[in-house]
Write a protein that binds this ligand. Structure first.
Ligand code: 2HG
Ligand code: ZN
Length: 472
């Protein structure tokens, strides 16, 4: 069953009811709040929620969900709203449930190496907390200063360390969730070994708030890395990046292997606040990171670098010698998304198995540049795990609407190639509204039917983030 916008004439009455479920002042309906909380970083949809509610406890979340079932009001979860797939966009009179006030780190268990936290904890807050306690939360990405743990779980966030540590999924040892029916479930009880049937925890991870809301999560932590060291290497062409990956993979335990093109580097240099890695210009750059725990490892890295130069795969390179240099080299990659956002890019986040990356990228690049020779295409991504970010920058004189209409054609070509290579139309940003009409390029119709059936079990009235992942 679908939920429709709540009739406006009834609004005062139900708003009062909603207000009675949370603390005073924790329901907002002013235009600025509706604008701010109704959207994420996609910024291409016009937000139009009815209200924003800020629960402080799991019980309040339960009360909100039960109330929404009674009145058939659609709910949209809201974390740091840094998503790029519009999974947290409310444009149909929904009530946005913000976790901004459920932001406490509750308990550290050093023996289990876990931390229990509320969903509104900011990723960076968790990373800092782990570090203060001599431990490490390894899931990391450029938006870690604003994104929230609940949102990371909702999208199974990936980022820059997946090659070594995997996605958010690998770090969730237990969840408390409120289902779309308003039931509170405790999933997996933080166990490492638990062979008692379906693991519903995993079902909630990456479900984009369509099954229920995470109200508490126990996250695993790791030992702190030892002397992280970064190299940026200039390569003569894209194809050389893969042998470089193989060469380093064989010799070192990489914690990251990223790439970006000269066009991306040029945009970063134009900012004026990031040092150039080296003077030699090359069409592509690989950024890799490893723990230089002892001199032997550092020497091994240098020997591998020299081998790559001898083979002609690398033209120039630099290795960080301090934490400051490490951070500066990472800015070349981490600042990319925010830097190019000023050119209103068409974005895509796609993946294939690592071995298929070169042929896959070549095919997409050829089709985009053949049809749109005047568009600037900026490639970057987490190439060590097969995840590529395709960004096409809007020419300054082209109106936004015309640009996106043109790019809609690119979607079809890109996703046909994704399908041909057995890849994913969304590696890490999620489906949300942006990719939902293309889901069949990655999932079979039969699989989508099973997914819909799962949703119906947890959310029979269709109140949980309706229209996300699949159309109503
Ligand atoms: C990144 O890897 C983020 O920087 C954003 O996933 C990707 O801006 C993008 O396309
Ligand atoms: Zn990314």
């Amino acid at each position: 069953m679908n939920c429709s916008r709540v009739p406006l004439m009834n609004q005062p009455a139900w708003i009062d009811e909603l207000k009675s479920l949370v603390e005073p002042g924790k329901v907002l309906t002013d235009p600025d709040s509706l604008q701010a909380y109704g959207k994420d970083w996609t910024r291409q949809y016009d937000p139009a929620p009815s209200a924003i509610v800020f629960p402080k406890t799991a019980e309040q979340v339960q009360a909100i969900v039960r109330w929404a079932n009674t009145h058939k009001v659609a709910l949209v979860p809201s974390g740091g709203r840094t998503g790029l797939s519009a999974a947290a966009v409310a444009m149909n009179g929904e009530v946005v449930v913000s976790f901004d006030y459920m932001n406490q780190i509750l308990e550290l268990n050093v023996t289990d190496r876990t931390v229990r936290c509320q969903p509104g904890v900011i990723t960076k807050q968790l990373q800092n907390f782990a570090e203060e306690n001599g431990l490490y939360y390894p899931v990391d990405f450029a938006s870690s200063g604003s994104s929230q743990i609940g949102g990371n779980i909702g999208t199974n966030a990936g980022g820059i360390k997946v090659i070594r540590y995997g996605m958010t999924r690998n770090w969730v040892s237990g969840l408390k969730v409120v289902t779309g029916k308003g039931d509170l479930l405790e999933l997996n009880k933080d166990l490492i070994k638990n062979a008692t049937g379906y693991d519903l925890r995993q079902l909630f991870i990456g479900s984009e708030g369509t099954l229920g809301f995470v109200v508490e999560a126990t996250m695993r932590l790791d030992r702190a890395p030892n002397n992280l060291t970064c190299m940026v290497l200039g390569t003569p062409d894209f194809d050389s990046i893969m042998p470089v990956l193989h060469a380093f993979h064989g010799k070192l335990d990489l914690t990251a292997f990223e790439f970006f093109s000269d066009k991306g580097l040029a945009r970063i240099m134009a900012r004026g606040d990031v040092p150039e890695p080296f003077a030699t210009k090359t069409p592509f750059y690989a950024l890799l990171e490893f723990e230089a725990s002892n001199e032997e490892i550092a020497n091994q890295a240098l020997a591998t670098f020299e081998h790559c130069v001898e083979q002609g795969w690398v033209i120039d390179g630099v290795m960080s010698q301090s934490k400051q240099q490490l951070q500066n080299l990472w800015k070349l990659r981490e600042y990319l998304s925010e830097t190019i956002s000023h050119w209103t890019p068409y974005k895509n986040d796609i993946s294939v198995t690592v071995s298929k990356v070169p042929a896959f990228l070549r095919e997409i690049d050829a089709i985009v540049s053949a049809h749109y020779p005047d568009f600037e295409v900026v490639w970057y991504g987490h190439i060590g795990d097969g995840n590529l970010h395709l960004n096409i920058l809007k020419p300054e004189n082209l109106p936004k609407e015309a640009f996106f209409a043109t790019c809609a054609k690119v979607n079809k070509w890109v996703f046909e190639i994704v399908e041909k290579y057995n890849g994913s139309i969304s590696a890490e940003h999620g489906v949300g509204l942006v990719k939902r009409d293309y889901l069949e390029y990655s999932r079979s119709p039969m699989e989508i039917d099973y997914m819909r059936a799962v949703k119906a079990v947890f959310d029979p009235n269709g109140i949980m983030n309706p229209g996300k992942i699949f159309a109503l």
